[in-house]
Design a protein around this ligand. Structure first.
Ligand SMILES: *Cc1c(COP(=O)(O)O)cnc(C)c1O
Length: 304
């Protein structure tokens, strides 16, 4: 569903903005993660696989999505989680971490590995060892991005979205935006807002979307890197929620909307532009984020 939002910053510049509520596909799983898993799960079934195995951090939207979608489709799921300290007292970890708790409640089995081991996630030796231990599985890469994931994300845009001049999306691994780029029309420009630092994304996306040049990455709104934030960002997220009733997460969608509004103020979009913003979800992460703020003794809090 596309929801129009009304803000003074927009009417001042005669700009129309709609938010595609992919966050509402599921009550707590990121919409884009379901899109990315859809054809992977079909493929896994065709191959006769009974188990899905994937990788992620302790607050990963992708881990939770794999647990929930896997359960729904009748797969066993295994999550290889970064941080071996989390495995020392699983009960306590699950008590304190709502992402892992919900994944566990959906039947996911965890293996906690050190950061060093985690870095070998694409190493064939590691995959072999895991297969020896767990038996055969369908491997979903970290973040869920592969060709089948991109195919799923090509279904985000529909015919009624042809009216828009700009399509804006958050970028993590680049899978979601690659699907958008491939399905966008000739007259549309896709703008990606990376949630992390690093120049590798440009090349990564180019590799997925060969031949299309209707897109651009806006790289100055990562707030210091993945999971990093500022007080200004938290205030922005709370204010945006108050003004539009739309909740944003601090890792992805909050940074993107902050960037878009900032660019509008700076006249980076022509007057009269019609902008579609993809809300990819990520709202399940807010609870864990607030918990971390509380532990640090901060007064900041994202209002859910
Ligand atoms: C994973 C995620 C993204 C990033 O998607 P990629 O396909 O990895 O670029 C964006 N927003 C949310 C809420 C996510 O969970």
């Amino acid at each position: 569903m596309n929801q129009q939002i009304f803000l003074k910053e927009l009417s001042d510049k005669k700009i129309k903005m709609f938010v595609k509520r992919e966050d509402q596909i599921h009550p707590f799983v990121s919409g884009n993660k379901f899109r990315k898993l859809k054809y992977n799960l079909t493929h896994a079934k065709l191959q006769g696989k009974k188990t899905l195995l994937t990788f992620g951090g302790a607050f990963s939207n992708h881990i939770l999505a794999t647990a929930v979608a896997g359960k729904k489709e009748g797969f066993k799921t295994i999550g290889i989680i970064r941080g071996d300290e989390l495995g020392k007292n699983l009960e306590k970890t699950l008590e304190q971490n709502s992402t892992l708790r919900q994944a566990s409640e959906n039947g996911m089995h965890f293996e906690f590995v050190s950061r060093e081991q985690y870095r070998q996630k694409e190493d064939q030796d590691l995959i072999k060892r895991l297969k020896k231990y767990y038996g055969d599985f369908y491997l979903v890469p970290e973040g869920g991005t592969n060709e089948l994931a991109i195919k799923g994300c090509e279904e985000i845009l529909t015919d009624e979205d042809e009216q828009f001049d700009y399509i804006c999306s958050c970028v993590g691994t680049g899978g979601t935006i690659s699907g958008l780029i491939k399905s966008a029309k000739e007259h549309q420009t896709v703008l990606g807002f990376p949630a992390l630092k690093g120049d590798f994304l440009q090349g990564e996306i180019e590799g997925f979307v060969t031949e299309r040049d209707n897109w651009k990455l806006i790289t100055k709104y990562h707030f210091g890197g993945y999971g990093k934030f500022s007080e200004e960002l938290i205030h922005f997220i709370n204010q945006f929620k108050e003004q539009t009733q739309i909740p944003l997460d601090p890792i992805y969608t909050g940074k993107m909307l902050f960037g878009i509004i900032d660019m509008i103020k700076q006249d980076k979009f022509p007057q009269g532009s019609n902008i579609l913003v993809i809300h990819t979800g990520g709202l399940q992460g807010i609870e864990g984020f607030n918990e971390r703020l509380r532990k640090k003794g901060s007064d900041l809090k994202i209002h859910i």
